[in-house]
Design a protein around this ligand. Structure first.
Ligand code: HEM
Length: 216
């Protein structure tokens, strides 16, 4: 069951992103054709020359977190989804090696990006209009166009931060012999299932961030 649901979840998010990209193509000045857009996406991974030291360190931290995430995702899911067995051996060692680096980068990014991802009333005028229509809340008439991508990016960011807690705590708690075998298995299952939701949220956050950066 875990195999089927994980594969369906990953397929759904990837197909959803492709359909969204085709249905709502990103329009950015001077980057009309796809080729130039793709190059621009790649440059988003580079550290800008004009970046401040703090900006460069944050970007480096993001890149290290992204590489760790890809390694953790591969070492964790490949044995389960492809070979139908649990993580072990070298893959386990690689997973356990990159996990603390990932946890540290994630903590730094959560702290330094939190204020930029705080929700503002102007994020989603359509939600505000809906709330004005269906509730008695005295909300002002929203101005300006809807920025659903920005609102969705903020939701994805806080989903990643929130899901990282059970993802990491489940494994940390399983390392203490306080709990019996049943609890150990429950904690590992929590890590496994949270990892699926976490991976989907990270893919969505990365996609929405790239979209927002292209139009900047
Ligand atoms: C700081 C973060 C992390 C730590 C400390 C960690 C630690 C571990 C450990 C110790 C195991 C082996 C459990 C066992 O079978 O004994 C494991 C398994 C696993 N991890 Fe992680 N991990 C982390 C992050 C991640 C991330 C980010 C993902 C996915 C994107 C992930 C996906 C998995 C998967 C799928 C398994 C396999 C579970 C199984 O075979 O039953 N982990 N992790």
């Amino acid at each position: 069951m875990f195999q089927t649901i994980s594969i369906l979840a990953f397929l759904a998010i990837l197909i959803g992103i492709v359909i969204h990209w085709i249905a709502f193509p990103v329009r950015a000045e001077g980057r009309g054709d796809v080729g130039r857009g793709a190059v621009h996406i790649l440059t988003l991974l580079l550290i800008e020359q004009r970046a401040s030291l703090l900006g460069a360190l944050k970007k480096l931290c993001y890149l290290v977190a992204l590489v760790c995430f890809l390694i953790l995702g591969f070492t964790g899911f490949y044995p389960l989804l492809v070979r139908g067995e649990h993580i072990s051996g070298y893959l386990m060692m690689i997973h356990a090696t990159f996990a603390p680096i990932f946890a540290l980068c994630l903590a730094i990014l959560a702290l330094t990006w939190a204020s930029r991802h705080r929700f503002e009333r102007t994020d989603c005028p359509c939600l505000q209009r809906l709330l004005r229509r269906v509730t008695r809340l005295r909300l002002p008439e929203p101005q300006g166009a809807c920025q659903c991508t920005l609102a969705a990016q903020k939701v994805a960011f806080w989903a990643v931060v929130t899901l990282s807690l059970p993802l990491i705590l489940s494994i940390l708690l399983s390392m203490f012999h306080l709990f019996g075998t049943d609890w150990q298995e429950l904690l590992l299952a929590t890590h496994r299932w949270t990892a699926v939701a976490f991976a989907v949220a990270v893919v969505l956050l990365t996609y929405l961030t790239v979209r927002l950066r292209i139009v900047e």
